[in-house]
Design a protein around this ligand. Sequence first.
Ligand code: HEC
Length: 261
Amino acid sequence: MTMAQKRLIPRLLQLALVVLGVYFSFILVFDVLLGQLIPKSLLTMYMVFVVSGVVMVFTFTEEGTQELVGPIKALVEDPSKKMLRNVVFVIVPLLAGYYTYTSMLPSFEAPMELRTIHPAPPSKFKAFGKSYNLTTLENPYRKFQKDDPAKFRELVKAGGDVYIKNCQYCHGDKLDGKGPYASGLNPTPLNFQDVGTIAQLQESFLFWRIATGGPGLPAEAAPWISSMPVWQNFLTEDEIWKVILYLYDYTGRQPRSWAHE
Ligand code: HEC
């Protein structure tokens, strides 16, 4: 009697069971117990190490190796296994072909990612050739709202001129995001009347968005390319601060501020 006949479970099956056992333990520990999905690529990497390790252990002795590859050798060489051999050598390539084919089919589903409309701003950014700190940046004209209302009205009016000349094409003359170009754009220009936009934001955030436009957005605001222009190339710093005053004034909203007023 050889070793192989004594065994309850053949060595090859043992190897497969150990590998599968480790695989499902990973899934059990990470996904089920810890609630942390392991990325597929990482799991593949772990499994490469696991399989190499297990194969090393199983082929440690000459005898063990013989036992392990015995059934494979028999399948390829044994004349009595001709039928089985033909079946395996047809089915395996067909399965591999089918798998490759289905994994290459294009998907027509919308991408899973949702666009972050208000991405976390950087704490610092560059515009107009200098560096701004977003946490301390304030609209230099905001103080006139209380201190000098007449002057404030003038500034808002100047901001309105900037808006009508530059922004209404996309954001609309009622600031509702329905400008003449809007329907052709994806993502669509934002509707400043909506409570979900400027009312939620600080003026410094707006300054950053207006000065650096679509190209200034961080990666999480992808996957679509925003058509929002880089206004630091066309407007002055003052004009941007004034148009911001206008956006809040027209919509009757107040910017969010750090201070609890
Ligand atoms: C060519 C069309 C276009 C023009 C012109 C344009 N915008 Fe935009 N703007 C967009 C689009 C599209 C978005 C939404 C995508 C994004 O966030 O970049 C946007 C977003 C913004 C946002 C971000 C608001 C938020 O809630 O995050 C601000 C602020 C803004 N625009 C202000 C302006 C101002 C001020 C002007 C004029 C000086 C202007 N835009 C001109 C297309 C335009």
